[in-house]
Design a protein around this ligand. Structure first.
Ligand SMILES: NC(=O)c1ccc[n+]([C@@H]2O[C@H](COP(=O)([O-])OP(=O)(O)OC[C@H]3O[C@@H](n4cnc5c(N)ncnc54)[C@H](O)[C@@H]3O)[C@@H](O)[C@H]2O)c1
Length: 335
């Protein structure tokens, strides 16, 4: 089987590439490197012993993307490539719609043209917005409250409508909060600029690259007042994509799953676990809530467990230990 992975040098895409290659699947990566490094291809090869095909290609260029499909006989697509910063999406909404929506349209066009009938799409808990009750089930209303979340919801609609019309198979995975890194310490999350997610921020404070963490909101209705989220090891998440491909072997139609651990942890819990993993003190300051943040968000992933035979396995302590190993071994990212 040959799988095209858009965004395959990114954080989740690189871990998924490793997972697939280790199962003997041929991987073709397409990435414009806007938020990742070419060095990731070398690291994937070091971990797996296999070098994936790599195309430095922007999926917003339909002709460039078609060329990749012409060169490779693709069986399935896993579509990760997207911009993902909520705050940047508020500042530059058109950039987000252009990249995430046009990119997805082009991926679907290429699939139609080259008769590829299986896709796994990266979606996000951000599609639920502020309205759902925890634990969130897949049928909760979709009401994203920022441009990024809206692009994810639109991607879901495009892929679902297209899959229905062409009678092919689509699995939509709504990720909660992926953290951690491959246990080799060779690949991990490497945000360009100041991190906007909690874990890379904490690990950069531990490493002395950032002075302190700002904890946004300490008066939420949660046990310690700080926001509660559902964290999931990126390698567990990568395994979810393999299970999604297996699901598509014998099924057409559209299937949507939450991919989370089903457990909530507060920001202060995460700081404590990271201090334990790293043996370092994390300096932090309590700050005002950020507009649009929810007090709590965690998944009901029982549908994925039942239909994909997938379940999150790693503990928070392992997530923090792996994140710290990655940070320690790569103090300047992939440089
Ligand atoms: N990391 C999270 O917390 C999280 C949570 C929920 C959903 N997601 C979704 O998962 C997917 C992967 O996220 P990630 O954390 O690995 O992000 P990432 O930024 O590390 O990876 C995305 C990759 O896509 C590439 N890319 C972006 N636009 C492109 C384009 N037009 N053409 C080609 N390549 C392009 C980037 O260079 C990058 O390598 C995204 O769709 C994101 O929305 C991420």
């Amino acid at each position: 089987m040959k799988v095209l992975i858009t965004g395959g040098t990114g954080y989740i895409g690189s871990h998924t590439s490793v997972e697939l290659i280790n199962k003997g699947i041929d991987v073709v990566i397409v990435d414009n490197l806007s938020n990742s490094d070419f060095e990731v291809v070398n690291r994937i090869e070091r971990i797996t012993g296999v070098r994936p095909a790599f195309y430095k290609t922007d999926i917003c260029s339909r002709s460039e993307l078609f060329r990749v499909f012409e060169n490779e006989k693709i069986d399935s697509v896993i579509h990760f490539a997207a911009l993902k910063s909520i705050s940047e999406s508020v500042e530059k909404p058109l950039l987000y719609y252009e990249n995430n929506v046009t990119g997805t349209m082009n991926v679907c066009e290429a699939m139609k043209r080259f008769n590829v009938k299986k896709i796994v799409l990266s979606s996000s808990a951000a599609v639920y917005g502020l309205t759902g009750n925890n634990p969130l089930k897949e049928e909760a209303p979709l009401f994203p409250y920022n441009p990024y979340g809206r692009t994810k919801m639109i991607q879901e609609h495009i892929v679902s409508d297209f899959a229905e019309s062409e009678s092919f198979g689509a699995v939509i995975l709504r990720y909660f909060n992926p953290i951690g890194a491959h246990e080799s310490g060779l690949i991990g999350e490497n945000p360009k600029g100041k991190p906007s997610n909690l874990m890379p921020y904490i690990s950069q404070v531990a490493a002395g690259r950032l002075e302190k963490l700002f904890v946004f909101g300490s008066d939420y209705k949660t046990p310690d007042g700080t926001g509660v989220r559902d964290y999931i090891h990126v390698s567990d998440l990568a395994r979810g994509h393999l299970q999604a491909l297996i699901k598509l072997e014998n099924n057409t139609g559209v299937f949507t799953y939450n991919i989370g651990s089903g457990r909530g942890h507060s920001v202060l819990d995460m700081i404590k676990s990271f201090e334990k993993a790293s043996g370092r003190k994390i300096a932090f300051e309590l700050a005002e809530r950020r507009p649009g943040d929810v007090d709590m968000c965690y998944a009901d992933s029982s549908l994925a467990e039942k239909e994909l035979d997938w379940k999150a396995e790693c503990s928070i302590d392992k997530m923090c230990a792996d994140e710290w190993r990655w940070q320690k071994l790569n103090p300047n990212g992939y440089e």
